[in-house]
Design a protein around this ligand. Sequence first.
Ligand code: XIL
Length: 324
Amino acid sequence: MSSEATLRERAEARGIEFGAALSAAPLREDSNYWNTARTEFTSVTTSSELKMGPLRPSPKTYDFSDADAIVDFGNEYDMAVRGHTLVWHTQKPDWFQEWDYSGDQVRDFLRDHVRTVAGRYGTRIDAWDVVNEAVHEDGSMRESVWYEGMGPEYVEKAFEWAAEVTDSDLFYNDYDIPTEPEKADAVYDLLADFRDRGVPVDGIGLQLHGIGSQADPADVADTVRRFRDLGLDVHVTELDVAYEVGSVPDDPLAAQAEYYRALVEACVDAGVDSITTWGVNDGNSWVRDFYKAEERFTIDPLLFDRKCDPKPAYHAVKAALFEA
Ligand code: XIL
């Protein structure tokens, strides 16, 4: 395959999914973004469009239009589609006031939500991040409206309800697992217990938002092997590589490329078969908005720059997939 091959072609030849999180607005409005997503990636994830808040303008209504724009795009162009996310502690609807609900009501509400959303898409969505970020860095369960209402059981219930309505692969997704040992152990115990008891979990998604500091690729590979030994698929679901103002390397684009190369090689070698960057290009990266107030971080985490031109990191990932 020539060096002119796209990232998508390289990834498909290598049998690896290499995807991007998409947002509905630039997908509709920016042809550069649309073309880059279409030609360079093998899979898509919804950034926020399937979260409960954006999806549910009022208690009895759903607005699937933005989510559908991304899912339809993926289906149309033979890309794998990842649904993100059915259950999370944040980005809930504004009208959702937790103090109005009893435990039973929380349970009924969450069950209906999971069944409605996962059931609507069926196999149009290949993999779901069923529960996102349920565990704190110290290994304790995060307090959330779901946890307060149902106790820790809400996590397994979400998987069971999803499995009732879809054959999609069901993932638990979280951040800092390779870098926070207490958290890693707690998530490991949670998922090992699920495997023992037949709770329908297929995989774990590792968010790797290297914003300011990046996980050591060797630690990521160890994490991958550890969870694969449980019989789980391991996907890298949310990859960013950005540097903190004040500690930007001398040649940040070269350093970023080298990190992407090392990480992709280590992950593929350890058995990861799906890697997703958290966005298509720097101009649409969440890092831009999310961290703007702090003005602490450079805003160049992705493979394509603000004009969707490929960066050194893009070529490094292609080379890594070629060699892997
Ligand atoms: C981010 C979105 O990209 C932003 O647009 C939104 O304002 C906040 O959420 N971990 C996750 C993702 O699991 O859902 C988050 O996405 C980024 C951190």
